[in-house]
Design a protein around this ligand. Structure first.
Ligand SMILES: Cc1ncc(C[n+]2csc(CCOP(=O)(O)OP(=O)(O)O)c2C)c(N)n1
Length: 623
C-alpha cells in the first residue's frame, strides 16, 4: 500500500480497511528507520491513524495541518511525498526530524519548540478570512503542550475572535514524562467522568444528525445544542472560553476519527476542539511500555528495544547525581524543571527527595520567575533548562532575576549544537543573551569534573544569579566522584598548556578540541598555549591580557554564535594595542544551523581541530 501512495490525495481512493492496513505498514517503516537513525518515535507512532484521517478528510496542502512541537510528524512526512527520504531522516543532508517549510509544501510551519500551533492557527484563520481562500486550518497539539503559557494566550484570543480554527487535542497523558499540572488532571476528568461521557454521546449524536441545510439552519441547531450542553454539563473549560468541545474520540479508530472530522469539517462556525485519545508508542510494545524512554531516542535494537550504554556520565547525569548528594546535607536545595525531568538529570534528585523537585510543565518563563521567588526567600533553587528552550524566558531572566539580583542557579543544559534535532534545538544563543544581562555570573565547564565543582560553588553563591552552560553528551567516565569536589574560583582563566606562537582561548567543550589542535599545530612547528576560559562573565581581563601579551597571535573558540559571543567579548575588552594579535573567533556564523552529527557540523563550520589548524596557518600567512 505504502509503495503506491505518492501524495495524500491518493488516500481518498482507499477504503477504511485499506487505511488500517496502511497504518500498520507505516508503523513498521517508522520502527525500521528510527531504530537505526534514532528519533522521536513514541509520539509519531501514537498519531499514525490521526495523520491518515486528517489527510483523508481535509484538502492538504491548501488546508493546513500545524503539528505542535512537530516531533510527531513522521507519518505525515511519509505520506506527503517523502517516503524514500524518510530513510535519511535526521542525518546530514537528509530530511529534518521536524516539519520544515523549505522541505515540503505540506509542512505549514517549522516547529520544534512547543505550543506555537494555536497562535499560528488563529493567524491562518484570520488570513483565510481576509483572503477569502476558503481554506481550513487544523492545529494538532498535545496534552503537554496545551498547558504552556503561549497556548493559553492563543486560546484566550481564539475564544474571543471566534474564527474557524480546528484544534485537535492529542491526549496521550504524557508530556515527555507523565504529564503534570492541573490542566492534565482536568483532561483526565473529561475522559473518565460519567457526566462528561454522557455529554460526549450527546454531542456526537448531534453532529451525526446535522442536516446539510446550509449555514443558517446549522447555526441555529448549533446554538440550541450549545445551550443544552451548557445546562447538562456546565463548566467545560473550552466551552467557557468560547471554543466548542467534542470528545473524547478514540484516536486509533479510523472509522470514528474520519466520521467526526468529516462532520466537523462541515461546520465552519467558529473555533472547535476535538479531544482525541491516543497511546504514545502505539504498536511497538517496548515504546508502549516505556514511552518516556522512546520519546526521543538514539539507535536501538528493534527486537528488544535496548539501547547501547557507553558507560560514561553525561553532563546532565552529573547534575542530577551531584544535586542529589548536596540535597542530602543542604535542606534549602530545591530544583525546577520545565517538563524535562529526565533529560536534565533531575529525576535522579527526585528519587532521593521528590518534594524538592518542581516540574512546572512546559513553562520556561514561569520556571524562572517561580525560582526567583524561591531564591528571594532563602531557598537555593537550581533551575535546569535546555539552552534552546531558555530562549522563551529571556525577559524573566532580565526582569525577575537580573534586576533584583535573585540568586537562582541556572543550569543551561544542551548548550551548543545538539546534532540531529537541528536548527530549532541547537543551543547557540545563550552566550550572547546571558552575558549581556547585568549581575549574572556566567560559567562554562570544559568537563564533568569542572561542572561538579561549579555546582558545589553555586550552591553557596548568594550574591546574585549564576548560570552554568554545558553541552549535550558524555562528560566523564563513571569513576568521577560526585560527593567530593575541588574549590572553584570564578573569574579566573585556567592555563592548560604553554606556547608562545598562538594562544587558543577555548570555552567549555571547545577546550578538548583546542588540545587536539595544539598537537596538530606542533606538527607544523607552531607552539600554542591552551587557555580554558571557564568564566564568561566577569571575564578575567588581566589574565587574558597577560597571555595575549606573551603570544604572537591568539584565537578564540566557542560552541555558540560568533556574533555576540565570547570571542567578540574578549576582543572588545582587551587593551587596544593587543588587538592586532587577534586572528579570528571560531564559532557559528550568522545563519541557522541545520541538523547532522555534531562532528560533521563542527567540520562543516571549520570548528574541528584539522580545519582550525588550516585556518590558523592561512591567517598567519596572510597577516
Ligand atoms: C518550549 C519547549 N519546551 C520544551 C520542549 C521539549 N519537549 C518536546 S516534546 C515535549 C512534550 C510534549 O508533550 P505533548 O504535547 O503532550 O506531546 P507528546 O510528546 O505527548 O506527543 C517537551 C517538553 C519543547 N519542545 N519546547
Amino acid at each position: 500500500m505504502l509503495e503506491n501512495l505518492k501524495k495524500p490525495s491518493d488516500l481518498k481512493k482507499l477504503k477504511i480497511s485499506d487505511l488500517e492496513e496502511l497504518a500498520a505498514e507505516i508503523r513498521d517503516y517508522i520502527i525500521d528507520v528510527i531504530s537505526v537513525n534514532g528519533g522521536h518515535i513514541a509520539s509519531s507512532l501514537g498519531v499514525v491513524e490521526l495523520t491518515l484521517a486528517l489527510h483523508y478528510v481535509f484538502n492538504t496542502p491548501k488546508d493546513k495541518i500545524i503539528w505542535d512541537v512537530g516531533h510527531q510528524c513522521y507519518a505525515h512526512k511519509i505520506i506527503t511525498g517523502r517516503k524514500d527520504d524518510f530513510k535519511n531522516i535526521r542525518k546530514s543532508g537528509g530530511i529534518s526530524g521536524f516539519p520544515k517549510i523549505t522541505e515540503s509544501e505540506y509542512d505549514a510551519y517549522c516547529t520544534g519548540h512547543s505550543s506555537t500551533s494555536l497562535s499560528l492557527a488563529v493567524g491562518e484563520a484570520v488570513a483565510n478570512e481576509f483572503n477569502k481562500s476558503g481554506n481550513r486550518v487544523i492545529a494538532v497539539i498535545g496534552d503537554g503542550s496545551i498547558g504552556a503559557g503561549m497556548a493559553f494566550e492563543a486560546l484566550n484570543h481564539i475564544g474571543h475572535l471566534k474564527k474557524d480554527v480546528i484544534i485537535i487535542l492529542n491526549d496521550n497523558e504524557h508530556s515527555i514524562s507523565r504529564n503534570v499540572g492541573a490542566l492534565s488532571g482536568y483532561l483526565m476528568k473529561l475522559i473518565t467522568d460519567p457526566l462528561y461521557n454522557k455529554m460526549r454521546k450527546r454531542s456526537f449524536n448531534w453532529i451525526k444528525k446535522i442536516p446539510r441545510y446550509g449555514d443558517r439552519i446549522t447555526g441555529l441547531l448549533y446554538r440550541i445544542e450549545e445551550s443544552l450542553k451548557g445546562v447538562i454539563v456546565p463548566g467545560i473549560l473550552f466551552e467557557e472560553l468560547g471554543i466548542r468541545y467534542f470528545g473524547p474520540v478514540d484516536g486509533h479508530n479510523l472509522d470514528s476519527l474520519i466520521s467526526v472530522l468529516s462532520r466537523i469539517k462541515e461546520i465552519n462556525l467558529g473555533p472547535k476542539i476535538i479531544h482525541v485519545i491516543t497511546k504514545k508508542g502505539k504498536g511497538y510494545k517496548p515504546a508502549e511500555k516505556d514511552p518516556q524512554k522512546f520519546h526521543g531516542i538514539g539507535p536501538f535494537d528493534k527486537n528488544t528495544g535496548e539501547t547501547v550504554n557507553n558507560n560514561k556520565l553525561s553532563y546532565s547525569e552529573i547534575v542530577g547525581k551531584t544535586l542529589a548528594h548536596m540535597a542530602s546535607y543542604d535542606k534549602k536545595l530545591v530544583a525546577v524543571t520545565a517538563a524535562m525531568k529526565t533529560g536534565t538529570g533531575l529525576a535522579e534528585l527526585e528519587k532521593k527527595a521528590p518534594e524538592r523537585v518542581f516540574d512546572v510543565g512546559i513553562a520556561e518563563q514561569h520556571a524562572v520567575t517561580f525560582a526567583a521567588a524561591l531564591a528571594s526567600r532563602g531557598l537555593k533553587p537550581f533551575v535546569s533548562i535546555y539552552s534552546t528552550f531558555l530562549q522563551r524566558a529571556v525577559d524573566q531572566l532580565i526582569h525577575d532575576v537580573g534586576i533584583m539580583r535573585m540568586p537562582i542557579r541556572l543550569l543551561i543544559d544542551r548548550a551548543g549544537i545538539v546534532g540531529d534535532d537541528g536548527e530549532t534545538h541547537h543551543g547557540l544563543f545563550d552566550i550572547s543573551i546571558i552575558k549581556n544581562i547585568p549581575n549574572f555570573l556566567f560559567l562554562a565547564p570544559s568537563n564533568g569534573e569542572e561542572l561538579r565543582d561549579m555546582l558545589y560553588y553555586a550552591l553557596n553563591y548568594n550574591e546574585g544569579p549564576v548560570a552554568i552552560r554545558f553541552p549535550r553528551g558524555s562528560a566523564m567516565d563513571n569513576s568521577l566522584e560526585l560527593d567530593k569536589h575541588n574549590d572553584f574560583i570564578p573569574g579566573k582563566i585556567r592555563s592548560l598548556k604553554n606556547g608562545n606562537d598562538v594562544a587558543l582561548f577555548a570555552i567549555g567543550d571547545m577546550v578538548e578540541i583546542a588540545l587536539d589542535l595544539r598537537e596538530l599545530l606542533k606538527e607544523n612547528q607552531i607552539e600554542s598555549s591552551v587557555i580554558n576560559v571557564l568564566t564568561i562573565k566577569p571575564l578575567d581581563k588581566n589574565g587574558i591580557e597577560r597571555i595575549i601579551a606573551g603570544s604572537r597571535y591568539f584565537i578564540t573558540m566557542e560552541n555558540g554564535m560568533v556574533s555576540g559571543g565570547v570571542g567578540e567579548f574578549i576582543v572588545s575588552n582587551i587593551h587596544q594595542n593587543l588587538k592586532n594579535k587577534f586572528l579570528f573567533a571560531s564559532g557559528f556564523p550568522d545563519e541557522f544551523i541545520t541538523h547532522g552529527r555534531i562532528d560533521e557540523l563542527l567540520k562543516k563550520y571549520s570548528m574541528d581541530a584539522e580545519s582550525l589548524k588550516n585556518r590558523i596557518l592561512n591567517s598567519i600567512k596572510g597577516s
